[in-house]
Design a protein around this ligand. Structure first.
Ligand SMILES: Cc1cc2nc3c(=O)[nH]c(=O)nc-3n(C[C@H](O)[C@H](O)[C@H](O)COP(=O)(O)OP(=O)(O)OC[C@H]3O[C@@H](n4cnc5c(N)ncnc54)[C@H](O)[C@@H]3O)c2cc1C
Length: 559
């Protein structure tokens, strides 16, 4: 991990660079021309210039050894600038992940040092025309070339689709099937038989080069097989999902906030019906405040997960990465979409940028695992926790938040506990009636789980902020009073969603009959959840006042 001061300096250099080299008019022009600014991407990844890639490379290979939290902060900032450029930089992070996770010490030294010292750009080649969400359907093959009874190399043949940096990378990590299963290989540009297509004409992130790759009997030496053992590829890909999905989660967060940070000042200047839009509650609460609550709940989950990864918590935290990605990217999309609405007709034009941000952030719910795959990942894992604890998993989590509420009565922890208790009841009904045989129910449970866990996470972080115990690198856009109000708003939303949608899906799938509905409503705690909505509007009023600078920020936040 790097020092907080160093991180702050890196973030500042990034902001200054963007201000100078990527102002709105340049971004708009590149977006119109559908052009990847390769020179800018290389500048960002050059060790003697911005050197962003140094952050994620261990010190022993010439990097700065940044941790997950550092990378999240940088990813959010890059996304605020431009998600296409951010994707181009991320591709090197992703492309080098199979190396970081699975390579031999010699391979790590070779490739990670080259990325650090030469600013090499990587691409991550997993997806294929027939293998997207289901990477097991991979068709690219790597045939061993045997010499004197030993594997001297491989011949790789196949096609890759939608590869970020596909047309500009210096090296590619390519997933291909060996006789012992999927494995990662490093292929350098210019290898005989290796070509890429023209860049795709995309809906958004038009500053990112996305291209299909073709490998026609491309020969690589045996030392290009990462880890030196065949068949480890899917495990190596899985091992970093907790981490890589946090980066895309940070993209969703950055994109969503970039849009809101345009909508908020706009609404202070736009006068309609005799007053600025920022003073119209029907405008602020629908288009701004509710999106802020969703984004900050996702941020809390990202920050907690990043801290856990950095602390070396056991396991890959894949499910936590999936929850963070799912919540942050869906929230980012919703915020960008609402920002178009917030700018009215101007929002619909290119000039005001929210339209571009909205197109750009759209990708975050698709790449690095779609939202539906995230729902499935979350649901399957937490279903196991539910079964293993005989239905107590979320009741136990709920009790933790009841205890938190006893210490901090204003951070929404009691409402988060209601959400978690309701979730436990919904899952139990789904178990008894075997409802997860319906895939839709399984995936909807994934959504409810993500909401309930984020509600808990945000109340926990609001409490830490109030106690002055939040990690010094954590985002401090809001002070403790404001974050507590945001947490209360989100927890109310989450509890109502879990209980009402849970009831809906259980009933809709035939999990209970009419006579059982009233009893189930009670076990879900619906009356208490309805009562917990009291105070919602005044909390939203307060958050709007904070966002529009109508409340003096506390001294603590300013510090
Ligand atoms: C701009 C861009 C950049 C990208 N960059 C890279 C990159 O650098 N490297 C790389 O390897 N890949 C990259 N990708 C590929 C990306 O990761 C895939 O597009 C993504 O994983 C989805 O795969 P797919 O497009 O084949 O969609 P599919 O898997 O065909 O999915 C289509 C739809 O079906 C849903 N679905 C899929 N399976 C199921 C299921 N079992 N149950 C229910 N619903 C399901 C999905 O959620 C989605 O809504 C990129 C894609 C884009 C568009």
């Amino acid at each position: 991990m790097i020092a907080a001061k160093t991180l702050k300096l890196s973030l500042k250099s990034l902001k200054d660079f963007a201000k100078k080299r990527l102002p709105d008019e340049v971004l708009r022009e590149l977006d119109d021309k559908d052009e990847c600014p390769q020179e800018i991407v290389r500048h960002m990844c050059s060790p003697d210039k911005l050197g962003i890639q140094l952050l994620f490379i261990p010190e022993e290979f010439g990097g700065m050894g940044g941790g997950t939290f550092d990378v999240y902060c940088i990813c959010e900032e890059m996304a605020r600038i431009d998600l296409g450029v951010a994707t181009a930089v991320l591709a090197t992070f992703l492309g080098s992940d199979p190396i970081t996770v699975g390579a031999t010490p010699e391979q790590k030294k070779l490739w990670l040092t080259r990325i650090a010292e030469e600013g090499m750009l990587f691409a991550y080649g997993a997806t294929e025309p027939e293998a997207g969400s289901d990477l097991g359907a991979l068709r690219t093959t790597a045939e061993p070339v045997i010499e004197n009874g030993l594997t001297a190399g491989y011949r790789i043949t196949g096609n890759k689709q939608w590869i970020s940096n596909g047309g500009i990378a210096d090296a590619y990590t390519i997933l291909a099937s060996t006789p012992s299963g999927p494995s990662w290989f490093v292929v350098e540009k210019g290898a005989k038989g290796f070509t890429h297509d023209e860049p795709e004409d995309k809906h958004g992130i038009r500053l990112s080069n996305t291209a299909a790759l073709a490998l026609d009997n491309v020969y690589v030496d045996a030392d290009r097989l990462l880890g030196g053992v065949e068949g480890q590829g899917l495990n190596q890909a899985q091992a970093v999902f907790g981490y890589t999905r946090l980066m895309v989660a940070a993209f969703g967060l950055g994109g969503g906030w970039a849009a809101l940070d345009r909508a908020i000042p706009y609404s202070t200047k736009r006068i309609q019906a005799g007053a600025p839009l920022s003073e119209k509650q029907g405008y602020t609460h629908k288009l701004i405040v509710s999106n802020v609550a969703r984004l900050e709940a996702a941020r809390s989950y990202i920050e907690e997960t990043a801290e856990r990864i950095d602390a070396g918590v056991e396991g890959s935290l894949n499910t936590e990465g999936a929850i963070a990605k799912y919540m942050a990217t869906e929230a980012g999309n919703a915020a960008a979409e609402a920002s178009i609405q917030a700018l009215g007709g101007y929002g619909y034009t290119h000039e005001y940028m929210v339209e571009k941000i909205s197109r750009d952030v759209r990708i975050t719910t698709i790449y690095e695992g779609t939202s539906e795959i995230m729902e499935m990942t979350i649901s399957r894992d937490r279903w196991q926790s539910h079964l293993k604890t005989r239905g107590q998993h979320y009741h136990e989590r709920a009790r933790e938040f009841e205890a938190l509420h006893a210490r901090h009565t204003n951070v929404g922890a009691c409402t988060a506990a209601l959400a978690l208790h309701a979730l436990a009841e919904v899952m139990e009904k789904a178990r008894v009636a075997r409802l997860t045989r319906h895939q839709h129910i399984l995936l909807r449970l994934g959504e409810l789980i993500a909401y309930a866990e984020c509600a808990g996470s945000l109340s926990r972080r609001a409490a830490l902020l109030a106690e002055g115990k939040l990690n010094e690198k954590a985002n401090r856009r809001f002070d403790a009073t404001a974050l507590a109000a945001i947490s209360r708003v989100f927890a109310r939303d989450a509890a109502l969603k879990v209980a009402e949608e849970g009831l809906r899906w259980v009933t809709g799938a035939g999990g209970i009959n009419e006579a059982e509905i009233a009893g189930f409503e009670t076990s879900l705690g619906l009356p208490a959840i309805h009562r917990a909505q009291a105070g919602l509007i005044s909390d939203m009023d307060y958050i709007a006042d904070v966002l529009y600078g109508r409340v003096a920020k506390s001294v603590e936040a300013a510090a």
